[in-house]
Design a protein around this ligand. Structure first.
Ligand SMILES: Cc1ncc(COP(=O)(O)O)c(C=O)c1O
Length: 438
C-alpha cells in the first residue's frame, strides 16, 4: 500500500467519538456487521483508528476479492484519475470498451455484449427490463431465500428477509416465488434420490395452476444462494432451469453479483454446471471496491432494446472501468480461480474436522472461498449462537459475516488473495469463538 498512508498516524479522534458522530449523522436504517472504525486496509487486514489489526473475512460483502488496496487495481485507478473520469453518454472512452471486452472474455461463451451500471441492484433492474422488453411478457419467477438488491424491482424478487418489505409496498406486479432446492430443509428425499425441487416441480406446478408458461419473461436465479444461506443446489438444478426456459421461451437470468469473479473457484458459479444463461448480472468484485456492475447478454438479445430505451449517468465511469480491467486481468494472470478452489477445499476439510467437536454444526457447504457453516441447537436454527460467535470472533480479531433466512449461517468470504497464514489464523479464531460461545 501507499507508504505515506501506512505511516500516517491514525486520526487523533478516538473510535468512540467517530461512533457517536456516525450515530448522529447516518440514517440508522443502515445495518452494520461491526462498529469497527477502519482507518486504512491492506490485503486481508483492516487497521482501525484505535490501532486494531482485524482480519477481514467478509471482503466488504464479497467485494474485495483481490484484497484491500491490491496494487494492480490501485495503479490502474490512479493512472485513470489523472487522465479521464467521466463522459457518460456524451462520448465514448477506451476504458469502457476495454472493460466490456475483458468482461465478455471471461463470461460464458455466447454472452457477447455488456451494459454497465453502478450496483448489483441496478444490474438486476436492467436484466428485468431487458427480459420484459425482449419477450413482450410480464411475469418473472424468483426463489424464496433469494437476495437481488433493494431497489423496487430487485426488492420484489428478494425473498430473504420480510423486514426488507415492511410497509413499503406495493411492489412490482407479476413476480412469483418458488422454492430453492435447499435440500437440508426443503426436501424429504434421500441423498441418492433426485430432488423434486431441483427437477422443477414447483415451477411446473406454478405453470399448471397460476401462471401460464408463455406469459413468463424470465427466471431469475442465484446459481449459489447468497444471503439466503450460501446454499449450493443439486447439480441438476441449473441445467433443469435451462431446459424449462428453452421449452417455454423464457429467459434465464443468472445473478452472479455475489458468486462471480473467482469467488467459487471458477470465474462464475454457472461454470461449475456448464449452463449458459441468457443474461448474467455481475457486480461487487468487478471493481474490487470501485462501484461498477454490469449485465452481460447475447448480442441478439441486447439488440431488442431500441437505442435510448435504457441508460445511466455513471454506469461505465472511466475510473471504475479501469479498476474492472485490472481486476479481471489480475484474476486471470494470477490464477485466482485455482487459488480460490484450492484454499476453499482446505478450509472445507478443516471445518469438516470440527464436526465431531461441535454438534451444533449441521452443515458445511460451499464452493471455492464462498463457504457457509450452518448451526442448529435442539432442532432449531441457532441464530443467537451464530451472533455470539460472530461477536466473539470479532473480539479475537476476525470480522465474519452471517447469512441465512434463519440467520444461523456463518459465511466465510475472505479475499481470495488471503495468505495461508492469515487463513489459518482466522480459522483458529473462529474455532476458539465457537468453543467459547456454545
Ligand atoms: C446476489 C446479489 N444480487 C444483488 C445484490 C445487490 O447488489 P448491490 O448491493 O450492489 O445493489 C446483492 C448484494 O448483496 C447480491 O448478493
Amino acid at each position: 500500500m501507499n507508504q505515506a498512508v501506512a505511516s500516517e498516524k491514525p486520526t487523533a479522534i478516538d473510535a468512540s467519538t467517530w461512533r457517536k458522530r456516525y450515530a448522529d449523522i447516518i440514517a440508522p436504517v443502515y445495518y452494520q456487521y461491526s462498529d469497527l472504525v477502519v482507518d486504512h486496509a491492506q490485503g486481508t487486514h483492516l487497521y482501525t483508528v484505535d490501532s486494531r489489526d482485524v482480519l477481514d473475512f467478509g471482503s466488504g460483502i464479497a467485494v474485495t476479492n483481490l484484497g484491500h488496496g491490491h496494487p494492480a487495481v490501485v495503479a490502474a485507478a490512479h493512472a485513470q484519475l489523472d487522465r479521464l473520469w467521466h463522459t457518460s453518454v456524451t462520448s465514448l472512452h477506451p476504458r469502457l470498451i476495454e472493460a466490456a471486452e475483458r468482461l465478455v472474455n471471461v463470461t460464458p461463451k455466447g454472452l457477447d455484449q455488456a451494459f454497465f451500471t453502478n450496483s448489483g441492484a441496478e444490474a438486476v433492474e436492467s436484466a428485468l427490463k431487458l427480459a420484459r422488453r425482449a419477450t413482450g411478457r410480464s411475469e418473472i419467477i424468483a426463489f424464496y431465500g433469494a437476495f437481488h438488491g433493494r431497489t423496487y424491482g430487485a426488492l420484489t424478487l428478494t425473498a430473504s428477509n420480510p423486514r426488507y418489505h415492511r410497509n413499503i409496498g406495493p411492489f412490482l406486479p407479476g413476480v412469483h416465488h418458488v422454492r430453492y432446492p435447499y435440500c437440508l430443509h426443503t426436501c424429504a428425499h434421500t441423498s441418492d434420490e433426485p430432488c423434486p425441487i431441483a427437477e422443477g416441480e414447483d415451477i411446473e406446478r406454478l405453470f399448471k395452476t397460476v401462471v401460464p408458461a408463455d406469459s413468463v419473461a424470465a427466471i431469475m436465479v442465484e446459481p449459489i444462494l447468497g444471503e439466503g444461506g450460501y446454499v449450493v443446489p443439486p447439480a441438476r438444478f441449473m441445467p433443469r432451469l435451462r431446459e424449462i426456459c428453452d421449452e417455454h421461451g423464457i429467459l434465464l437470468v443468472a445473478d452472479e453479483v455475489q458468486s462471480g469473479l473467482a469467488r467459487t473457484g471458477k470465474m462464475f458459479a454457472v461454470d461449475h454446471v456448464g449452463v449458459l444463461p441468457d443474461i448474467m448480472c455481475v457486480a461487487k468484485a468487478l471493481g474490487n471496491g470501485m462501484p461498477v456492475a454490469a449485465i452481460v447478454a447475447k448480442r441478439e438479445l441486447m439488440a431488442r432494446w431500441e437505442r435510448g430505451e435504457h441508460g445511466t449517468t455513471y454506469g461505465g465511469n472511466a475510473v471504475a472501468c479501469s479498476a474492472a480491467i485490472a481486476v479481471i486481468d489480475t484474476i486471470v494472470r494470477d490464477n485466482l480461480c485455482e487459488r480460490s478452489a484450492r484454499l476453499g477445499k482446505r478450509v472445507m476439510e478443516q471445518l469438516a474436522s470440527w464436526r465431531p467437536l461441535f454438534p451444533e454444526i449441521i452443515d458445511i457447504r460451499g464452493r471455492g472461498l464462498m463457504i457457509g457453516i450452518e448451526f442448529m441447537r435442539d432442532g432449531k436454527p441457532a441464530g443467537e449462537l451464530v451472533d455470539a460467535i460472530q461477536k466473539r470472533a470479532l473480539e479475537l480479531g476476525v470480522l465474519l459475516l452471517t447469512c441465512g433466512v434463519e440467520h444461523n449461517v456463518v459465511r466465510l468470504i475472505p479475499p481470495i488473495t488471503t495468505s495461508e497464514t492469515d487463513l489459518e489464523r482466522g480459522l483458529d479464531m473462529l474455532q476458539t469463538a465457537i468453543k467459547e460461545t456454545r
